[in-house]
Design a protein around this ligand. Structure first.
Ligand SMILES: [Mg+2]
Length: 253
C-alpha cells in the first residue's frame, strides 16, 4: 500500500506539469498526497475493518474534499450526491485505489471479488472493473512470490499488449484501458521500485495515478526501500497513518 502512496506523492507535482526528466528530485517540498492516496486509504480501511466500500469511500473523500490535484469531475459529483450511485466509469480511479486488496485477501477468487466490489461503487463499466481486478491480482500474485514474468504473463489476459515506455511519450489519459498498458510496460522494463516510479513519472501523462498503480505493483514485486519510508509517511495526516499502521500489522509475516 505504501508503494502506491509514494507513487502518488512523488507524482503529485507533475500531474499538470509533466516532466520527461528521469532524474527529477524524488521527494520535493511541493509534493503532497492526492486523491489516489485518499482513495487507497479508504479501500484499505473498508477491507481491513469489514466496512462497506461505498460508505467508507464517501466518508474519507468528504473528510478530504479538496486534495492537491482535486478529484475528477464525475467523482466529485458522486462524493457530494445524496444517493451516490455508480456512474459507469472506466476511469483509472478504480485501478489506482485497489492495491491493498491484493495484500488483504488470501485466494485469487476473493481478491478478484473484492476488487470488483471496490470498483463498482463508482466504476461499474466492465473496463473499470477489469482495471481494478488486474491491479489487485498483480499485487496478489507478486506478494505470494510469483516471478515478475509470471505476473506479467497473467496480466496479458487482461491487457494483451503493453505500451513501451518512452520518456515524455505518454499522452494524458484517464481511462483504465489507456493507463494499465503503460503501467505494465513500465513494470516490464524496470528492475527495482525506484526505477519503476521514475519511469512512471517521466513518461508523462496522469503522473500521480500512473505512479500509484505502478507503485502498488512494484512494491509487491520488489518492496519499497526502507530509506524512503519515513520521508513518505511524513506527508500523511494522523488518521491515514492509523490505517497504514493497521495495514502493516495485518500484513506483517
Ligand atoms: Mg491524483
Amino acid at each position: 500500500m505504501l508503494g502506491a502512496i509514494i507513487g502518488d506523492i512523488v507524482g503529485s507535482r507533475f500531474e499538470f506539469n509533466n516532466t520527461s526528466n528521469f532524474n527529477f528530485q524524488f521527494f520535493a517540498p511541493a509534493c503532497d498526497f492526492t486523491d489516489d492516496t485518499i482513495c487507497t486509504i479508504a479501500v484499505a480501511d473498508a477491507a481491513l475493518n469489514g466496512k462497506p466500500y461505498k460508505e467508507t469511500m464517501l466518508e474519507w473523500c468528504r473528510k478530504y474534499p479538496h486534495p492537491m490535484g482535486s478529484y475528477g469531475g464525475s467523482f466529485t459529483r458522486w462524493i457530494h450526491s445524496a444517493n451516490a450511485e455508480p456512474y459507469n466509469s472506466f476511469g483509472n480511479g478504480s485501478a489506482m485505489r485497489v492495491g491493498a486488496i491484493g495484500w488483504l485477501f488470501d485466494t485469487e477468487e476473493e481478491v478478484l471479488r473484492q476488487a470488483k466490489l471496490s470498483a463498482e461503487i463508482t466504476h461499474n463499466h466492465p473496463e473499470g472493473i477489469k482495471g481494478a481486478q488486474a491491479v489487485a491480482l498483480a499485487v496478489y500474485l507478486a506478494r505470494k512470490g510469483e516471478a515478475k514474468e509470471t505476473v506479467l504473463e497473467r496480466m496479458r489476459d487482461y491487457y494483451p499488449t503493453f505500451t513501451k515506455p518512452q520518456l515524455g511519450g505518454n499522452p494524458f489519459n484517464e481511462t483504465c484501458q489507456g493507463t494499465l498498458p503503460i503501467c505494465l510496460g513500465i513494470i516490464e522494463i524496470s528492475s527495482e521500485y525506484e526505477e519503476a516510479i521514475r519511469y512512471a513519472i517521466a513518461v508523462g501523462g496522469d503522473s500521480d495515478t500512473i505512479g500509484a498503480i505502478v507503485g502498488a505493483i512494484a512494491e509487491a514485486i520488489w518492496g519499497v526501500p526502507d530509506m524512503m519510508k519515513p520521508t513518505a509517511l511524513a506527508y500523511l495526516p494522523e488518521d491515514m497513518m492509523d490505517i497504514y499502521t493497521q495495514f502493516v500489522e495485518k500484513t506483517a509475516k
